[in-house]
Design a binder for this molecule. Structure first.
Ligand code: ARG
Length: 435
């Protein structure tokens, strides 16, 4: 191929990231070939030794790439064969088509586990902040207008619950990547007696892919992962927006410490919520990735097409952006300080208790529509009489899922435990790479 076109078709700049997975996959494949008697024990030993050396060179940066290395897979095999002639036996029964499918599945599994752990960090910090502020009254908003009383802890937990759902999404993404495609070859498996189960076991896969054509064409697992990234980043953007809004002089609910804010190059008085603003914006990357990947897949004929090489920039950008955002969000949440007086002053607005007044009339037998009208009138005339304090209102909002401080405290503790459990789950799902 012309050098100009080699550059265009090369994916080395992007798929370099897959090298630990590619080497692990090659070790497992070689062991499978060994077990099936397709390569000799001495060849297997030479291949394993050679792959270990290739990995060392890639780890320490001494690996020398050639212009003719089209992707990381060809580069690794080329170098292995330079180290040992046994390298030439490795690719039996394998195609780069099932090889890239394998590598990307291994990557997606490990990225999913990393995301679960990173979400665990944000969630347990939100849980801790919520437990510490379980009883602080604050206005709850609809249409960004003051509506009814809630507690600060309740509002913070409203950002933790979506993240717990996100962790479930990543666990499902892990599961959808957890199928072993090697043995599918280019698209029609192999005439060699490949030991697919043994290879799957070596790499800790739960299942084998069920159809060799589908196995090299399928990127649903990547779409699942990117989708989980999208939804998570949307949630982080909403959390970030609260930080931006609450740190304005108009709200003043949040005090931004110097270590989580930036100054202005021009205005000496400024403290800007840049971290939160970037969290708000960064979701664009994951959304872009989802659109790019879905567009690549649309109408793609079975089985493998080179179009599929474009999956990796999309997946990597979504994953890296989301992991970075989760890390920043955990730090931000941990260091948020709340201004008790400003929040209490906002929560002291009697109009927050207008619904309480109407519900008090309902308790005394007035139909709700009539009570709504009557209280509405008194609000307009400035004669609203609130039936009780905001604290009492919160205590009375004692239904499951409500802002009653005792319930908020209990939920906050449960959420913090759930966050810790996510980290435990992630630890129990390490990348299972034989080398
Ligand atoms: N670099 C390619 C990819 O990432 C590897 C597969 C190439 N297969 C092929 N038949 N040309 O998808």
């Amino acid at each position: 191929m012309l050098p100009e076109l080699e550059r265009f078709t090369s994916s080395l700049g992007v798929d370099f990231e897959l090298y630990p997975f590619d080497i692990a996959g090659s070790v497992a494949h070689a062991r499978g070939l060994g077990a099936a008697g397709i390569i000799k024990p001495s060849q297997l030993r030479a291949i394993e030794r050679g792959l270990r050396q290739v990995k060392r060179e890639l780890d320490d940066g001494s690996f020398e790439f050639l212009d003719s290395d089209e992707d990381i897979h060809t580069a690794i095999e080329r170098r292995l064969t330079e180290i040992t002639p046994a390298g030439a036996a490795l690719h039996a029964g394998r195609s780069r088509n099932d090889q890239v499918a394998l590598d990307l599945r291994l990557y997606c599994r490990s990225a999913s586990a990393a995301a679960v752990s990173a979400i665990g960090n944000v969630v347990d910090r939100l849980g801790a902040q919520a437990a510490g502020h379980a009883s602080w009254p604050m206005p709850g908003y609809t249409h960004l207008q003051r509506a009814q009383p809630v507690t600060l802890g309740h509002h913070l937990l409203a950002h933790a619950e979506p993240l717990l759902r996100d962790a479930d999404r990543f666990r499902r993404a892990y599961d959808s990547a957890d199928e072993m495609p090697l043995g599918s070859g280019a698209l029609a498996a192999s005439t060699l007696p490949l030991r697919r189960e043994a290879v799957a076991k070596e790499l800790g896969f739960a299942r084998l892919t069920a159809n060799s054509i589908d196995a090299v064409s399928d990127r649903d697992f990547a779409l699942d992962l990117v989708h989980a990234c999208v939804v998570t980043s949307l949630h982080l953007s909403r959390l970030a927006e609260d930080v931006v809004l609450w740190s304005t002089a108009e709200f003043g609910f949040v005090v931004l410490a110097d270590e989580i804010s930036t100054g202005s190059s021009l205005m000496p008085q400024k403290k800007n919520p840049d971290v939160a603003e970037l969290l708000r914006a960064r979701s664009g990357r994951a959304i872009g990735s989802l659109v790019a990947l879905a567009t690549t897949m649309k109408g793609l004929p079975l089985a493998y097409d080179r179009d599929l090489q474009e999956d990796k920039p999309a997946v990597f950008a979504a994953v890296e952006g989301t992991l970075d955002s989760l890390e920043a969000a955990a730090i931000l949440v941990e260091r948020l300080r709340f201004d008790r007086d400003r929040i209490a002053a906002a929560a002291n607005d009697p109009s927050l208790l207008a619904t309480d007044a109407a519900e008090e009339l309902v308790r005394a037998g007035t139909p709700f529509r009539r009570a709504h009208e009557k209280v509405g009138e008194s609000v307009r005339e400035g004669t609203l009489k609130v039936p009780w304090t905001v604290e009492r209102s919160l205590a009375k909002r004692d239904v499951p899922g409500g802002p009653n401080p005792r319930r908020v405290k209990a939920r906050a503790q449960a959420v913090a435990r759930a966050g810790a459990a996510l980290k435990t789950w992630a630890k129990a799902h390490p990348p299972r790479l034989p080398l």
